[in-house]
Unconditional design. Structure first.
Length: 271
C-alpha cells in the first residue's frame, strides 16, 4: 500500500539500502553461512546430545571453530566484520581456557577408542602431549590400584600362579611359554601392560557403534580403562539436554499429561 503522506514517504525512502549497502548485506550473509550455519552448527551438534557421550568432542570442536573464525577474520573481504569475529574468538577462548581446570575433557578424549591420543599427537605438540599422557596415566594408575584387592600383590605373581595352574591341567604348555608370558608384565608397574596395550592397539570400531557399547564389549580386555569409561563418559559436554528436560517437565497441563491429578500438578508447578 502506497504511503500518501509526502513526509512519511521521504523518511521511508531514506531507509532504502544503497547498492554498496546491499553488497555488504550479501557479504554478511555469506559470512554467516560460513561461520554460523556451517561451522558453529557443526560444533554445537558435536557436543550437544543426551543419548551418547559427547565430552570427547568438546575441545576438538572448539579448536576447529576458533580456527575457522580466525581464518575468516584474516580475509580482507571480511574486514568490516573483523571486530565481531575477534569478539567471538575471545569468547571461545574464554570457555576453552576454563576447560584447563578439569581433567575430564582430555580423559574422555583418550577414552574414545577411535582416536585415543591421536588428536594430541597431531595438534598439541610433544610438550602438551606429554602433559596429557601424564594426567591420564595418573588417573589410570589410581583406578588400577583402587581395583586391586591387595595393592602389595604384583601382577607378575598372579601371572605365574595362573601359569602353574594351567600347567597342571594342560600337558602341552611348556616352561618357555610361561617364562615368555610372565616377562610381559613389569613387577614394579603391573598396570603398564594394560596401559600400553590400549594405547598402542588400533581398534576397529564400526561407524554406527556407540562408544559406550564398545566399552561394554571390550571391558574384559581393558578392565581399568573400562572402569574409567563408566565414570567419565557419562559427563555431559553441555547442559542443553538437561535444560530441555527441565523445561518440558514444566509443561504439566497438556493433552499428554491429562491424567495427572491436581495434587501432582500442584507439586510439579511448585518445583
Amino acid at each position: 500500500m502506497k504511503e500518501s503522506n509526502a513526509e512519511k514517504r521521504r523518511k521511508l525512502g531514506d531507509l532504502t539500502l544503497l547498492e554498496d549497502e546491499w553488497k555488504r548485506v550479501r557479504l554478511f550473509n555469506n559470512l554467516l553461512e560460513l561461520i554460523s550455519f556451517k561451522h558453529a552448527d557443526n560444533a554445537q551438534h558435536a557436543f550437544s546430545a543426551g543419548t551418547r557421550p559427547t565430552l570427547h568432542n568438546a575441545l576438538p570442536a572448539i579448536e576447529k571453530l576458533y580456527a575457522e573464525w580466525d581464518k575468516a577474520s584474516s580475509k580482507p573481504r571480511y574486514a568490516p566484520f573483523q571486530p565481531a569475529l575477534i569478539a567471538g574468538m575471545a569468547k571461545l577462548d574464554e570457555y576453552y581456557q576454563k576447560t584447563a581446570t578439569s581433567d575430564a575433557h582430555v580423559i574422555c578424549m583418550a577414552l574414545n577408542p577411535r582416536q585415543k591420543f591421536d588428536h594430541f599427537h597431531k595438534y598439541w605438540g610433544q610438550d602438551l602431549l606429554k602433559d596429557v599422557e601424564k594426567t591420564v596415566q595418573k588417573k589410570f594408575i589410581e583406578r588400577y590400584e583402587k581395583m586391586q584387592t591387595t595393592a602389595s600383590v604384583s601382577r607378575s605373581v598372579n601371572v605365574k600362579n595362573t601359569k602353574k595352574s594351567t600347567r597342571r591341567n594342560c600337558d602341552d604348555t611348556t616352561d618357555s611359554e610361561s617364562d615368555s608370558d610372565s616377562k610381559l608384565v613389569d613387577p614394579a608397574k603391573p598396570w603398564l601392560n594394560e596401559w600400553n596395550m590400549y594405547k598402542t592397539t588400533r581398534e576397529s570400531v564400526p561407524d554406527d557403534m556407540n562408544i559406550v557399547k564398545w566399552w561394554g564389549l571390550n571391558a574384559h580386555r581393558y578392565p581399568t580403562w573400562a572402569s574409567l569409561a563408566r565414570d567419565y563418559l557419562a559427563i555431559m559436554a553441555s547442559s542443553v539436554s538437561s535444560e530441555r528436560a527441565f523445561s518440558s517437565a514444566g509443561i504439566t497441563i497438556s493433552k499428554r499429561r491429562s491424567r495427572l491429578k491436581g495434587d501432582i500438578v500442584e507439586a510439579i508447578e511448585c518445583l
